[in-house]
Every structure is written in structure tokens, then in C-alpha cells.
Design a protein around this ligand. Structure first.
Ligand SMILES: [Fe+2]
Ligand SMILES: [Fe+2]
Length: 290
């Protein structure tokens, strides 16, 4: 049987691919647990992180980039952690551990290894400036959801690839978002796949829900984290930030702006702030891929 012609069969294969995906580094969850333990300190967190050299290297790259904006360059892990503070340590840990998953060639979505990484990091950086502008304050959950929101693409890529033209044609013909056409052709979409991956990786339920909802207007208006993630993603897409074949094939709904209390001026301010975040994100990507 040709699996590319049968959505049910494709769906089964998608779930098998998800199950065989490498687990999110246990070290990160352990470091986050120690970070929450009042009896432990930064040295205890550093001791755990040091077990993974690749993770340490990524942490230092990101800590020294515009993403975390420290006032000084650091070359050792403990100093980096001390300067970052508790919330930022969470973010740098998640972002650093996510890099190997996000830096992949996604032929199916026509994305280079830099594209998904740039889009994800840019979206996280946009989430910070937009949260501030809209008066939502800093949210580590939003930052995490933004970094990982399109992770489903790494699993769906091989299934979307052979049917990309069909997905694009449907999206054009029906004037529907790419994710709707993706669902119709493949039997699922990258938001659903991403949410399942994050559940498998034991991420908190709120983050899994926001990722599941980020292209679904009926879902993303139901809670603030989902609405903010959907908004930041749309801003990243509108600026063409690391987009592939699905770029510019998503629309912003009036309801989304309404639930966020975002008027026309707020929206254009957010777009302008996002443009500046984009420049910083470019610098981060240059450092990561140097
Ligand atoms: Fe997406
Ligand atoms: Fe996205």
C-alpha cells in the first residue's frame, strides 16, 4: 500500500515516528527540579548541567547573546547561571536543550536548519517585548511555548514533503490557513503533533495546550497563554522570520486581538517591537551556527 495516499495510514506512521523521537534531555528536567528545591543552590544546578557538554556549550552561547542581554560576557557555567537568575535559567536551559531538535533541515516544509531555529528563537524574543507592551509581564511559560511551538514540524516533515503541493493547493483553493490544509491532507497538523511530543517530553499541561492551540482560532482565544503564543507566532510569520512553505499562509483573527485587548495602535507597536527583536534574533542565530 502507498502510505502517501492514505491519511489513516499516514497518521499511524506519524504517531510511530513521534514515539521513536529521542527524549528531551532528562538532565534538563532534573536541573529544573533542583532549581526549585530550596535546599539546593546554583552550584548543585551547575553540577547536573555539566554532565552534558553540548548543553553547556549552548547555554554559554545563548547567555552571551542578545537573547539574554547580560551586561558582561561570561565563559564559565556557574557565573552564567548566577547572573541569569532563576527564571532566566529555566529559559536558557529549555532553549539550549531545544536547539538540536530545532536545527534540522526540514525539506518537507522547505526550511533550512537555520529557519526553524530562527523562527522559534525569534518568536520567544518577540514574546518578551509583546508581553511587556501589552502589560502581561514576563512569562517563562510563554517563552518556553514560543521556543517549542513548531516542534511538531520535525516529525511531520517527512509526511508533508511528498504532499506539500497538495497542501498548498488546498490552502490556496479554500483560502484556508496552511495548518487547516495540512490537517485535511495528512490527517493531523504540526500543532497537534507538537503538543503530543511535548506531552511525551513531560512538559506542563498549559504549555502543551498553548502549542496545540497556536493555529486554532476556536482554541487560542480560550486562555491567555494560548492567545499570546498565537499572536507572537503570527507576528513572527508576518515579518517572514524563518518561515518556509507555510510562511504568510496564516491570518490573524479579530477575536484574537479582542481577547488580548490589542487595538490598532497596540498592534502596530507590537509589530515594530517585533522587528527590533528580529534583528537580535538574527545575531543569536549567527552565534549558534558560527
Ligand atoms: Fe505553527
Ligand atoms: Fe510558528
Amino acid at each position: 500500500m502507498n502510505t502517501a495516499l492514505c491519511p489513516d495510514f499516514t497518521l499511524e506512521a506519524v504517531y510511530e515516528s513521534m514515539a521513536s523521537l529521542p527524549v528531551f534531555p532528562k538532565i534538563v528536567h532534573e536541573a529544573l527540579r533542583v532549581l526549585d528545591d530550596p535546599e539546593k543552590n546554583i552550584s548543585d544546578v551547575a553540577k547536573i548541567i555539566r554532565l552534558d557538554h553540548g548543553l553547556v556549550a549552548n547555554i554559554l552561547k545563548l547567555t552571551n547573546s542578545a537573547m539574554f542581554g547580560l551586561s558582561q560576557q561570561v565563559s564559565d557555567l556557574e557565573t552564567a547561571l548566577a547572573l541569569l537568575g532563576q527564571n532566566r535559567i529555566r529559559e536558557v536551559l529549555i532553549a539550549s536543550a531545544a536547539m538540536p531538535y530545532l536545527s534540522r533541515d526540514l525539506h518537507g516544509y522547505e526550511m533550512s536548519p537555520q529557519d526553524l531555529c530562527f523562527h522559534s528563537i525569534g518568536c520567544a524574543m518577540i514574546s518578551e517585548v509583546v508581553s511587556q507592551r501589552l502589560g502581561f509581564g514576563h512569562s517563562t511559560e510563554l517563552f518556553t511555548a514560543a521556543i517549542l511551538h513548531d516542534v511538531g514540524k520535525i516529525v511531520l516533515d517527512i509526511y508533508v514533503g511528498p504532499r506539500l503541493m497538495e497542501v498548498l493547493e488546498r490552502s490556496r483553493r479554500d483560502e484556508s490557513d496552511f495548518s487547516v490544509a495540512e490537517w485535511e491532507v495528512i490527517g493531523t497538523d504540526h500543532a497537534v503533533a507538537g503538543s503530543s511530543i511535548l506531552q511525551q517530553w513531560e512538559f506542563p499541561r498549559d504549555i502543551c495546550r498553548a502549542v496545540r492551540a497556536h493555529h486554532d482560532p476556536d482554541l487560542y482565544i480560550q486562555d491567555r497563554l494560548s492567545a499570546m503564543l498565537a499572536f507572537c507566532n503570527i507576528l513572527a510569520v508576518q515579518l517572514g522570520l524563518g518561515v518556509g512553505a507555510d510562511g504568510f499562509r496564516y491570518r490573524i483573527s479579530d477575536e484574537l486581538l479582542y481577547v488580548l485587548g490589542c487595538n490598532e495602535k497596540d498592534y502596530f507597536d507590537c509589530l515594530e517591537l517585533s522587528l527590533r527583536a528580529l534583528e537580535d534574533a538574527q545575531e543569536v542565530i549567527r552565534l549558534i551556527f558560527a
